[in-house]
Structures are given as C-alpha cells and as structure tokens.
Design a protein around this ligand. Structure first.
Ligand SMILES: [Zn+2]
Length: 162
C-alpha cells in the first residue's frame, strides 16, 4: 500500500499572461506507471483540507515528463512545501502544469520543452511524506483536477478512496 502524499494548505498564485485561445491541448501523463496516491480535493465551504493537485507515487528517481510542449517558467524551491518545483507554461489554451517534490531537475528556467520531455526525477523534497510527484494543472486563474484533463489511462491505478 502506497501512502505517499502531501497536503498543501497554501494556495499558489501564478501570473497568467494573455489567454489567447488557440486549441485545447492533448496532454500526456507526467509519469508512466504511477499510482494515484492522493486525489484532487477542492475546497468546500470552510473545510480546511484541500489538495489542489494529485499525487502520483512511484520509485525515487522515476522520470517526470512534461505533459505537453511549452516553456519552463520556474525551476526552483522557493514555494514552501513544494520542494524542488518545475512549472511549465503551455502555449496552447492558457495551461500551466506544476511538478513538485522532485529529487533532481533536468531542466532550468527558460528551457523550451517538448511534450514528453524529461523535466526531472521523482523525489520527496519539500513537505512530502514519501516519494511522489505532486502534480497540478492550472488554466488561467483556475486550478483544475488533473484527472479531468489527462487522458484516461489504463496503466494508472487508483488506490482505494479514503
Ligand atoms: Zn500533493
């Protein structure tokens, strides 16, 4: 049973540029063969526990891939709790994807990346209870449930709901 997870109570505010809408992208999964160890949890009412992404658990140093082509707008550890973090801004549709708790970076800020390009290696940096990727998808000012935008995957299993 994999129990790696994290909880982010801080909300990460990102700047979004022009949202010139070009096309809805087709994303790929950021990890191959990982298990969803924690699902997206929207904030409901005054309930304080939210999780604005999904956790994907696998072995340390599992490759993390960009879900679409784009540009690395952040690669650093300046956001509390996120550990080593990479943020990719995607050209199409105003999306940004966020990859947290990395063990190692394989890109740096300003890099142009292709869909499926290696961004880093999975780890447990920051506030993490085990090795996993904390993965978020933002569209303009909205945080989306990544499972709503990623393709249905047969390789990704979901652990039992809490
Ligand atoms: Zn998480």
């Amino acid at each position: 049973m994999i129990s790696a997870s994290c909880s982010h109570f801080s909300s990460l505010t990102l700047y979004y540029g022009d949202d010139d809408f070009i096309a809805e992208p087709e994303f790929q999964w950021p990890v191959h063969g990982a298990v969803v160890s924690q699902k997206f949890r929207a904030q409901k009412g005054r309930h304080p526990r939210r999780h604005q992404g999904i956790d994907l658990a696998a072995q340390r140093n599992t490759p993390i891939y960009s879900i679409d082509h784009g540009r690395v707008i952040y690669a650093g550890h300046g956001f509390t709790g996120y550990g080593r973090l990479v943020i990719v801004e995607h050209i199409n549709g105003g999306y940004q994807s966020l990859y947290a708790h990395l063990n190692r970076y394989k890109v740096q800020r300003g890099d142009v990346v292709k869909k499926g390009e290696l961004l880093g290696l999975m780890g447990d940096s920051g506030r993490a209870t085990g090795v996993h990727l904390h993965f978020e998808v933002h569209k303009n000012d909205v945080v989306l449930n990544p499972l709503d935008v990623l393709p249905q995957a047969t390789v990704v299993k979901q652990t039992a709901a809490p």
